[in-house]
Design a protein around this ligand. Structure first.
Ligand SMILES: [Zn+2]
Length: 258
């Protein structure tokens, strides 16, 4: 006998891998303003259409050993990674949460995955993805208004906190330290995970970004104009914070803040 949560989780994982496959297309085509539906998947090297049985998430990557079946050009392992990541988070969503929250979780993390990898590639966050996430979130809060106030506080907390960090660091370093897209992303995350989680996300996300900065400088020498995408650090810290969902009252008692 399989637990209902586990069974639903496995089905969701399979669906999530297929969504991950679609997200790869979105990540590649959306910033170029190409259609994300047509034409179907094709090799970016020889342009040949990829047959459906060569386009099974993760499995095909390993069967074809990461190469195009037609020309033999290597595909980045990242395609399979995005599929695995999406599948894993979809599993978690349906295994852990009750229905309306599970659906919200998988939609929001899917949009956040697309945002993160586009930011990694191009250092931009497409506004259309931000708006899509906000429409989903506020549609959800219209149907389930009991969390709407927390969402608004989360959004305000996120935008004010990160906005403050932005003004402070801009003054300190005399250059742009983050983009408008990062503030928009924080508005999305804040209205999803609430004020305490978003404050922790900004604090930890910034810390992790600074550490990554240090590692990048160590590995490939100091560069005065080195820039790292901030979005993925914020997005994945936010997702982790939602998944952990710490009991902040207890944390503050433990830290003797209250
Ligand atoms: Zn090819």
């Amino acid at each position: 006998m399989i637990e209902p949560g586990l069974f639903l989780g496995v089905i969701a994982a399979l669906a999530g891998m297929m969504i991950g496959s679609f997200l790869n297309v979105v990540i590649y085509r959306l910033p170029k303003n190409e259609s994300i539906v047509l034409p179907g998947s094709h090799c970016t090297s020889c342009n040949s259409a990829i047959k459906w049985y060569h386009n099974i998430p993760i499995l095909s990557y390993f069967i074809l050993r990461g190469k195009c079946a037609n020309c033999g050009e290597s595909f980045s392992f990242r395609y399979a990674f995005v599929e695995m990541l999406t599948g894993t988070l979809w599993f978690w969503g349906f295994y852990k949460y009750a229905l309306p929250e599970a659906i919200l979780f998988v939609i929001i993390v899917s949009i956040l995955i697309a945002i993160s990898f586009i930011d990694i590639d191009l250092m931009i966050i497409p506004l259309v993805l931000i708006l899509m996430a906000l429409v989903v979130l506020f549609g959800y809060y219209l149907i389930y208004p009991e969390n709407a106030i927390t969402a608004i506080w989360g959004m305000l907390m996120g935008v004010c906190y990160l906005g403050g960090v932005y003004l402070l660091t801009k003054g300190m370093f005399k250059k742009e330290t983050m983009g408008m897209g990062d503030l928009q992303l924080i508005a999305v995350l804040g209205s999803w995970i609430g004020p305490m989680n978003i404050a922790a996300t900004i604090f930890l996300g910034s810390l992790i970004t600074l550490i990554a900065f240090g590692i990048a400088n160590r590995l490939s020498g100091k560069e005065a104009d080195r820039a790292l995408p901030f979005g993925p650090f914020l997005a994945f810290t936010g997702i982790a914070m939602f998944m952990l969902n710490p009991d902040w009252m207890n944390v503050m008692k433990y830290l003797h803040v209250i």
